[in-house]
Design a protein around this ligand. Structure first.
Ligand code: XMP
Length: 515
């Protein structure tokens, strides 16, 4: 870990990842760990500061998550947020009580003392904060004092009189607490003396050293999809071990127009990666013949991918010992976060068990990064914007954009329409504003008239959505003139399509992809 690392102990709050985001935005390195870590394990991480997250439990509920009270004796600053503050009070001899009503929403706190997280705020001033808690502190441990209060919460922020132990009843990590970032900054940089050295350049430097150490004189193989994550992961490993990395790019026949050639050109000619490009479209499309069920399609595509990848990797002149994957931090957190005593911890999915099947050790250089940090790291390595800001594209590709049976003819219609949409969206300056924009081939034929002829052709649906994280999404309010241009070009230029629709469904209850 960095010498300035902060450990966030997760008590199951929906906001834990957000705390980590805020800390990283301050350029301070942090890691989320489950609250079930032992005191020794925490000590071994050598954190510079500790943050105890919020959580849905009540400190007095049976089986409520807790932490060894020894964390307060480690001599490092501790900040408890919401449940983390209640637990601090509970463990240090104060009293927490059940509130009759949950306090949820905005509140204005009055600053009593300008110390610790409240150092940037003048005593006597007020600031808005976001509350979301059930229980509340009834009595402070004797060594504690009040930093801020609201009419409802006399202990909205508290501090140990002598030691650097703080508690916030509200959530400094959410946007509704406008001075929250300043509070975290004061706690981390001033109180804890963390260095703001978590920069993309430093990350690249450290990763290269770590990857060299991990791979030694070995060889690595990487499945390149053309997407941001695998591209940045591959470039980091290339910086570390040069030509001992081979990338395998599999054309599954479900890619967009000219995508296979473009990916090969970009990574081979511009990035000088050692690239094996395989055209396995025949194999994928025959395995998908007459398959209609979306989950079945995904399973087949995953299985054929593993077969093809393994075959190609085994053909390499130097057998690989390592598999490079672009796993991101949210997947890692998902597999370690605290979900209560009975929860089964989910293991994050690798590509269909490839590492086990091929006896490869995993190299995951992005496993500590959030998506936007991946882009920053890519930019720090000089990767171009058109690669770093590509819209997401699903692994199963156009298969999940052709509801029903997948045919070569259908795929060609979809590809031609999608290429027009892509051109127009980019030309109108919408490409980077949208989470995704793509076409779907609707499996029905409708009647049209072209010249004097009756036509009976396919329908194309356009899907364009705005989203922050794909968990929720809204359909984009694209200008009518733009939609008109796209529709008219698709109908005029794409043979086999005589109708275009615009998908105006939000997620939920719809999903972004049609399958
Ligand atoms: P949905 O359709 O679930 O999609 O709203 C959310 C995001 O995930 C992408 N997606 C996939 N990505 N394999 C992938 O790698 C898949 O099977 C898959 N299904 C959906 C989708 O493009 C969107 O960004």
């Amino acid at each position: 870990m960095s010498t300035s690392a902060v450990v966030i102990l997760d008590f199951g709050s929906q906001y834990t990842q957000l705390i980590a985001r805020r800390v990283r935005e301050l350029r301070v390195y942090c890691e989320i760990h489950p609250c079930t870590l032992s005191l020794q394990e925490i000590r071994d991480l050598e954190p510079r500061a500790l943050i105890l997250s919020g959580g849905p439990a009540s400190v007095f509920a049976s089986g409520a998550p807790t932490v060894d009270a020894g964390v307060f004796e480690l001599g490092i600053p501790v900040l408890g947020i919401c449940y983390g503050m209640q637990l601090t009070v509970h463990l240090l001899g104060g009293e927490v009580e059940k509130a009759t009503e949950r306090e949820y929403g905005p509140a204005s706190v009055e600053v009593v003392q300008s110390r610790g997280p409240f150092a940037p705020l003048a005593a006597g001033s007020s600031t808005d904060v976001w509350m979301s808690h059930g229980d509340r502190v009834a009595r402070l441990p004797t060594e504690f004092e009040v930093l801020a209060r609201t009419p409802n919460a006399p202990f909205a922020a508290i501090a140990h009189r002598e030691r650097e132990i703080f508690g916030l009843q509200f959530h400094p990590e959410v946007g509704h607490t406008p001075r929250g970032a300043d509070m975290l900054q004061a706690f981390l940089l001033e109180t804890a003396g963390c260095a703001a050295d978590w920069t993309p350049e430093n990350f690249v430097e450290r990763s290269v050293v770590d990857i060299r150490r991990q791979i030694g004189e070995g060889h690595a193989v990487c499945g390149l999809s053309g997407g941001v994550d695998s591209a940045v992961a591959a470039m980091l490993v290339k910086q570390a071990i040069g030509d001992r990395l081979t990338c395998v790019f599999v054309d599954n026949g479900l890619l967009r127009k000219h995508e296979a050639e473009e990916v090969a050109r970009t990574f081979r000619d511009r990035f000088h990666l050692n690239l094996v490009a395989v055209d396995a479209s025949e194999e994928f499309l025959s395995a998908l013949h007459e398959v209609v069920d979306p989950e079945q399609k995904r399973k087949i595509i995953g299985k054929v991918f593993v077969d093809v990848f393994q075959r190609e990797a085994e053909k390499l002149s130097q057998k690989a010992d390592f598999l490079v994957q672009g796993t991101l931090y949210p997947d890692v957190i998902e597999s370690v976060s605290f979900k209560g005593p009975s929860a089964v911890i989910k293991s994050h999915h690798n590509v269909g068990g490839l590492p086990e099947r091929m006896h490869l050790k995993l190299v995951e250089p992005l496993r500590l990064l959030f998506k936007d940090e991946v882009r920053e790291v890519g930019a720090a390595m000089g990767m171009p914007r058109d690669v770093l800001w590509r819209q997401p594209f699903p692994g199963p590709g156009l298969a999940v954009r052709c509801p029903g049976q997948i045919t070569r003819e259908g795929l060609d219609v979809l590809r031609d329409a999608d290429a027009i949409l892509d051109q127009e969206i980019r030309a109108a300056g919408y490409y980077e504003k949208l989470w995704q924009s793509f076409c779907v081939l609707v499996p029905v034929r409708t009647v049209g008239v072209m010249g004097d002829e009756r036509t009976y052709d396919q329908v194309i649906a356009i899907r364009a959505v705005e989203s922050k994280d794909a968990m929720t999404a809204d359909w984009a309010r694209l200008p009518h003139e733009l939609l008109a241009r796209i529709s008219s070009r698709i109908i005029n230029e794409v043979r086999g399509c005589n109708r275009v629709c615009y998908d105006i469904s939000t997620k939920p209850p719809s999903t972004i992809e049609w399958e």
